[in-house]
Design a protein around this ligand. Structure first.
Ligand code: DQA
Length: 147
């Protein structure tokens, strides 16, 4: 049976490619979706979503409890503010990888803390959009290893 990896993206990532390209690069979120789909191993598929709304992301994480083998999440600005997203992820049993396109520790101090990090099994940051590729591949490998 095909296993689904949820790739969830938080606020303003719909503007990827247009928004602060010196920090986030020129690729669009559709390009990231293509990268994630290509990174998926055999027997896996990606459900790729973006929302500017905290509650919508919480709802997607709840849905993942039933439907996803693992979650890759770039919570964007909600990383630094959202206990609700952390709590939702705490209720998810599978692997969770947190992704940031930029290296947030080189940036403003308010970006240095992520609520999500205390739940994440791995964190990729500063690798640009390739961070998503590493995260999807890692989740496939972890789940494959579980048999
Ligand atoms: C981000 C970093 C966050 O601090 C920021 O709010 C974002 C994107 C990243 O991918 O580098 O929107 O998560």
């Amino acid at each position: 049976m095909t296993k689904t990896i949820y790739v969830l993206n938080g606020p303003n990532l719909n503007l990827l490619g247009q928004r602060q390209p010196l920090i986030y690069g020129a690729e669009t979120l559709d390009d990231v979706r293509t990268l994630c789909e290509a990174a998926c191993g055999e027997g896996f598929e990606v459900r790729f979503e973006q929302s500017n709304h905290e509650g919508a992301l919480v709802d997607l994480i709840h849905e993942a409890r039933e439907k996803a083998a693992g979650i890759v999440i770039n919570p964007a600005a909600y990383s630094h503010t959202s206990v609700a997203i952390l709590d939702a992820l705490m209720a998810f049993d599978g692997p969770v990888i947190e992704v940031h396109i930029s290296q947030v520790h080189k940036r403003e101090p308010f970006r240095h803390h992520s609520y999500v990090s205390s739940r994440a099994d791995g964190i990729v940051m500063g690798f640009g959009t390739q961070g998503y590729v590493a995260a999807v591949r890692h989740i496939c490998a972890v789940i494959d290893a579980q048999g």
